[in-house]
Design a protein around this ligand. Structure first.
Ligand SMILES: [Zn+2]
Length: 522
C-alpha cells in the first residue's frame, strides 16, 4: 500500500537536488511513478532524510533526566534548590544522582562539597559536570566512598584538595570518578529501560532515527540486549563497547560475546559493531592530550593510553572484526589515534569498517591530510564550534589556540569524510541546531562568530548528520531519499534552504522510520 507525500519540497540528499513528492512503499522509498493508495498533501512542507547521531550517550542522558533538574541552573543557589526539590519528591531513594551542571558558573571550577551538604547533609549526592569528565559530590558521598579524610591515591590534579590534602568535592576523569562511582548503587533494569525509552522518544522528537552509543560498558550492553530481546528499541542503535587500558583483554571477550548475543537476538534495530577508546580528557580541565603545554598548568594533559598498549588493543579489536571509534580531543591525542589506525591498516591490509575519530577539537597542521589518506571518518560535534561558555572554559588553558579549534572545513577540503554527532548529554542533541552552528559558527541571536573560515555549507552539514553518519555506523541504505533506500525521513515546519538562520527555530513535525510514523508534533 504505497503512500505518496505530495506538494512537498523534498531534499533527496547531498548533490541529489529536490523533488516535489516522495513515495513510500512498506519500509522503503519507492519511485514516484508507481500508483498509490494514499496521497498526503504536505502543503509545501520540507522533507529531509532523518538524522543519525554519530556519537551520543542516550542512556546517560536518560539517567540524568531522572535526577535533579540542574541543567538550566545558573547559580549555586539554583542547583541547591533543584537538589532539595528532587530529594523532597524522592524520599525513598538514598543516593541523589543527576546532571549536568554548568561548570562555567564558577570560572575556576572549584565547586565545594559543603555547598551540597547545606541541602543534603545525610544523603550522598553526585552531580555530573556538563563536560561529563567531571563530578561534584557532597561530603556524605565521599564518606561512603572512603575518600573524605585522605588525599586520593590517584594522580594529582584530578581530585581537588584543600591545604591539608583532603578532597573538597570535585573529581575529574575516569580513575578519580571511579573512587566515587564504585560505591554508587547500580540502576535497576526498570530504571535503565525508562532511561532508554525516554532517550529514544527524545531523539525521535528531534528527527533522529539512528545513533552510535559511544560508551557501552558490560552492564549497559546487557540492558541493550534485553531491550532488543523485548522489542523495546525505537531508534536504530550501534553499540560502541568501551575498552580501557586496564581491562581491554577482558573487554575483548565480553564485547565479542555481546556481539554474538545481538546477532542471536536478531533485532534489526541493534548492532554491535564498534569499540570505543578514550585517548584523553577535555580542554576545560586541561586533561586533553596536547603537543604544546597548557598555559594554565605548563603540562601536556593526561593521555589515557600508552602508545604501545593502544596499538596492541586497537589491533586486537580490528582483528576481532570491530570498528575503531577513538575519542581524541587534543592534537597529541589525534596524532596518536591516526598512528593507531595506520598501524592496524598496515598490519591487516584493511579494517572491518572505516575507523572513526570523534571530537577532534584541536588538529595539528601535519595531521589534516591523514584523515582522507587513512580513510578515517572525522566525527565532529558541530555545536562546539561557537563562542559560548564551553568554549570560554578552554581559554585559560589554551590561550590563543582557542581560535584554531574545530577545523571542520579544513578536514573536508582535504578530502576526508566527515560525520556529525552531538555527544548528548554533553551538548544539545538537536541536529538542526548543530547544522546551524556548522554553517554559521555562532550562537543563535548573537553576532560573534568562532573561527568562521571553518564554516561549511548547509548541504554538507545535513549530509554529515544523515548519510555520512549512517554510513559511519555501518548502514548504507539511509540518508538519501532514493528508491530502494530505507524510508527514514523527517518533515520540517520551515525551509532551511531558503534561510539557514531559521534552523534553530525549525521544528520536526513528523519523524518516519522504516516507513512508520514514530513521532508527530501536536
Ligand atoms: Zn562522548
Amino acid at each position: 500500500m504505497p503512500t505518496r507525500y505530495s506538494n512537498a519540497k523534498v531534499w533527496l540528499g547531498a548533490g541529489l537536488g529536490f523533488s516535489h513528492s516522495l513515495t513510500v512503499d512498506g519500509k522503503q522509498i519507492a519511485s514516484n511513478e508507481i500508483d498509490c493508495d494514499e496521497v498526503i498533501d504536505c502543503a509545501g512542507a520540507v522533507i529531509v532524510p532523518a538524522f543519525t547521531d554519530g556519537h551520543a550517550h542516550p542512556v546517560l542522558a536518560g539517567r540524568e533526566h531522572a535526577g535533579p533538574a540542574i541543567t538550566t541552573a545558573r547559580s549555586i543557589r539554583e542547583i541547591q534548590q533543584a537538589v532539595a526539590a528532587w530529594m523532597a519528591a524522592n524520599p525513598g531513594d538514598d543516593w541523589v544522582i543527576g546532571g549536568a551542571y554548568d561548570r562555567s558558573i564558577l570560572p575556576d571550577g572549584k565547586f565545594l562539597a559543603t555547598w551540597l551538604d547545606e541541602v543534603a547533609p545525610d544523603r550522598p549526592v553526585i552531580l555530573h559536570g556538563d563536560d561529563h569528565h567531571t563530578i561534584w559530590v557532597n561530603t556524605e558521598a565521599m564518606r561512603r566512598a572512603g575518600v573524605s579524610e585522605r588525599a586520593s591515591e590517584v594522580s594529582e590534579g584530578v581530585v581537588d584538595v584543600d591545604a591539608d590534602g583532603r578532597p573538597t568535592g570535585v573529581f575529574r576523569e575516569t580513575d578519580a570518578k571511579d573512587l566515587i562511582f564504585n560505591h554508587q548503587p547500580k540502576p535497576s533494569l526498570a530504571q535503565e529501560f525508562a532511561a532508554l525509552e525516554w532517550s529514544h522518544d527524545e531523539m525521535l522528537r528531534l528527527g533522529i532515527t539512528a545513533v552510535q552509543d559511544a560508551w557501552v560498558d558490560d552492564d549497559l550492553a546487557g540492558v541493550y540486549l534485553q531491550a532488543a530481546a523485548q522489542a523495546r528499541l525505537k531508534v536504530y542503535t550501534n553499540l560502541g563497547f568501551w575498552w580501557q587500558p586496564s581491562n581491554w583483554h577482558t573487554r575483548l571477550t565480553e564485547s565479542t560475546d555481546a556481539r554474538a548475543e545481538a546477532v542471536r537476538i536478531g533485532n534489526p534495530l541493534l548492532h554491535a559493531r564498534t569499540v570505543k577508546f578514550f585517548l584523553d580528557g577535555v580542554f576545560g580541565s586541561a586533561t586533553a592530550s596536547v603537543s604544546q603545554a597548557y598555559e594554565s598548568t605548563g603540562e601536556f594533559g593526561n593521555p589515557v593510553w600508552t602508545r604501545e598498549n593502544l596499538l596492541e588493543a586497537t589491533l586486537a579489536a580490528s582483528r576481532a572484526g570491530f570498528q575503531l571509534h577513538l575519542h581524541a580531543i587534543g592534537d597529541a591525542a589525534s596524532t596518536l589515534a591516526l598512528d593507531a589506525v595506520e598501524h592496524c591498516t598496515k598490519q591487516l591490509g584493511s579494517l572491518p569498517l572505516p575507523a572513526v575519530m570523534a571530537h577532534l577539537e584541536l588538529v595539528h597542521d601535519q595531521d589534516v591530510d591523514r584523515f582522507a589518506k587513512l580513510d578515517v571518518v572525522a566525527n565532529f560535534q558541530p555545536l562546539w564550534g561557537r563562542p559560548d561558555g564551553m568554549l570560554n572554559s578552554c581559554r585559560p588553558h589554551l590561550g590563543s589556540r582557542v581560535e584554531e579549534l574545530y577545523r571542520i572545513r579544513d578536514v573536508v577540503d582535504a578530502g576526508a569524510k566527515i560525520s556529525f554527532g552531538s555527544d548528548w548529554p554533553v551538548s544539545d542533541p538537536n541536529p538542526l541546531l548543530g547544522a546551524f552552528t556548522a554553517v554559521k559558527r555562532q550562537v543563535p541571536g548573537e553576532t560573534e562568530r568562532h573561527n568562521v573560515k571553518q564554516a561549511i555549507s548547509l548541504e554538507q552539514a545535513l549530509n554529515a548528520y544523515s548519510a555520512a553518519s549512517s554510513e559511519q555506523i555501518g548502514i548504507t541504505n539511509r540518508g538519501s531519499l532514493l528508491p530502494g533506500n530505507a524510508a527514514d525521513f523527517v518533515v520540517l515546519d520551515a525551509d532551511p534552504f531558503e534561510d539557514a538562520t531559521l534552523l534553530p527555530s525549525i521544528h520536526v513535525v513528523k519523524t518516519i522510520s522504516g516507513g512508520q510514523t514514530l513521532f508527530t508534533r501536536h
